[in-house]
Design a protein around this ligand. Structure first.
Ligand code: PLP
Length: 433
């Protein structure tokens, strides 16, 4: 499959080049040249397939023949070596749990898939690739874990000092090996800006092979379409109209859902549930797209003031706001509403949600008010203990730590403090000597 830049000023690219480069040379996001719908039978008989079979059939058109079918199947199988449970509360409401991977955040799937693709392409390449990534919380851990020990790849993670949870910080600062964490004196947008500046810096890009592992990278973004197929498989025999409420920050996950829809998944619209970072919610109302500095909230992985995948969503719906409004609904919630939702989930359903999942639940409940005939599935994108302080103080109960998290609690954190882009640049250049 070839990919083109959504800025339309760069040449088309192979999948391999798109994965290694991250962004197109004209700074646009890559997008596949074609989306071929899967046969109707795929959706009619999806419950006869394993998760790996579903995922392989869905993603192969975007990747073969650059990765051969046997290797791609293996990559998919290894990526998906954990569960994606759906729990149904009542006729209108289910939760899709995406936190059963090694860092207990949904980003594990994208990170593991991308790491394996890069590993495949880099098998016979003597040059080291540096993965540079900004994180508002969960990306860092998932990427660090996904790439840990991958030969020929160094990972450098920027995170806003003091603005990620203790467990999130441990997940990205305790691994060592080929992973380095840089704590930035600033907010997530400062981290993201530094990463963008590095990709534009010829002094850097001429001396080292830099790539991103944010959801702008097609290999991080596309595999997220699997979740929606897996949940559909579990629910479609029982419910006619299924709708997903997706807690959204950079809009990569929901945009991957829309790719599944383009391939024939009979779901519409998608609900983007946001915290107070409400640029898309406001856009759908006013038709004015106005990026804002990000606002810090208790659902910090969604503290994004200018969601990078929104251009892909616009492209899917032909940059037509009416088509977009038929396919995307967006709500925004305050931290107080989020906490109330966490209490409500706990009291009504004995379910402990993290703040991101709670925002998803709020979106589902608002949508159901006007569409009581639908079955809404909200995504629980992180394990509640990743946000232990907020969760325990809100539901007034102590929560048991899962093994993945217990194992990192005693380990010492190690991160380098930086204040400015020039410090980042010096650090990266020092690595090439
Ligand atoms: C990254 C993240 C999100 C937002 O996903 P996007 O693809 O950026 O919209 C939501 N919840 C959690 C826990 C996350 O880590």
């Amino acid at each position: 499959m070839m990919y083109h830049s959504l800025n339309h000023k760069a040449r088309t690219s192979s999948f391999k080049n798109a994965v290694i480069k991250g962004l197109a040379p004209d700074r646009g996001l890559y997008f596949p040249d074609r989306i071929t719908p899967l046969p109707d039978r795929f959706f009619r008989e999806i419950d006869k397939m394993s998760n790996a079979e579903i995922a392989y059939e869905a993603i192969r058109q975007f990747i073969e023949p650059e990765i051969d079918p046997d290797s791609l199947y293996r990559i998919v199988e290894e990526t998906l070596s954990f569960n994606f449970p759906v729990k149904t509360f009542n006729d209108n409401l289910s939760v899709l749990e995406l936190f059963h991977g090694p860092t207990m955040a949904f980003k594990d799937v994208g990170a593991r898939f991308m790491a394996r693709c890069l590993g495949y392409f880099n098998k016979n390449n003597p040059e080291t690739i540096t993965v540079l990534v900004a994180t508002s919380g969960d990306t860092g851990g998932a990427v660090a874990h996904g790439f840990l020990g991958v030969k020929g790849v160094n990972v450098v993670i920027l995170y806003p000092d003091g603005k990620v949870s203790d467990i999130q910080e441990r997940q990205l600062t305790t691994l060592g090996q080929n992973i380095t964490a840089l704590k930035v004196d600033g907010v997530f947008d400062d981290c993201q800006d530094m990463v963008k500046q590095a990709f534009l810096d010829l002094k850097l890009t001429d001396t080292m092979q830099l790539t991103s592992a944010n959801s702008i990278n097609v290999a991080r973004w596309l595999p997220q379409m699997f979740y929606f197929l897996f949940a559909y498989k579990k629910l479609y025999r029982q419910y006619d109209e299924i709708v997903f409420s997706v807690p959204s920050g950079n809009f990569g996950n929901i945009c991957a859902a829309m790719m599944a829809q383009q391939m024939g998944l009979p779901v519409r619209p998608f609900i983007a549930s946001n915290n107070e970072n409400r640029v898309v919610t406001d856009f759908l109302q006013s038709n004015i797209y106005e990026p804002k500095p990000s606002i810090q909230t208790i659902s910090n992985a969604m503290d994004v003031g200018n969601p990078s995948n929104f251009v892909r969503i616009q492209n899917i719906y032909h940059n037509d706001i009416d088509i977009l409004r038929r396919n995307l609904v967006s709500y925004s919630y305050t931290d107080d509403q989020t906490r109330t939702a966490m209490k409500e989930l706990y009291e009504s359903f004995d379910y402990i949600a993290d703040p991101h999942g709670a925002v998803g639940y709020l979106g589902a409940m608002d949508y159901l008010k006007d569409h009581p005939e639908t079955h809404c599935v909200f995504l629980e994108t992180a394990h509640p203990t990743k946000f232990l302080d907020v969760v325990e103080s809100t539901i007034e109960k102590t929560v048991e730590l899962p093994d993945q998290i217990k194992s990192i609690m005693g380990k010492p954190k190690s991160a380098i403090a930086i204040k400015s882009y020039s410090e980042l640049k010096d650090f990266l250049l020092s690595k090439t000597d």
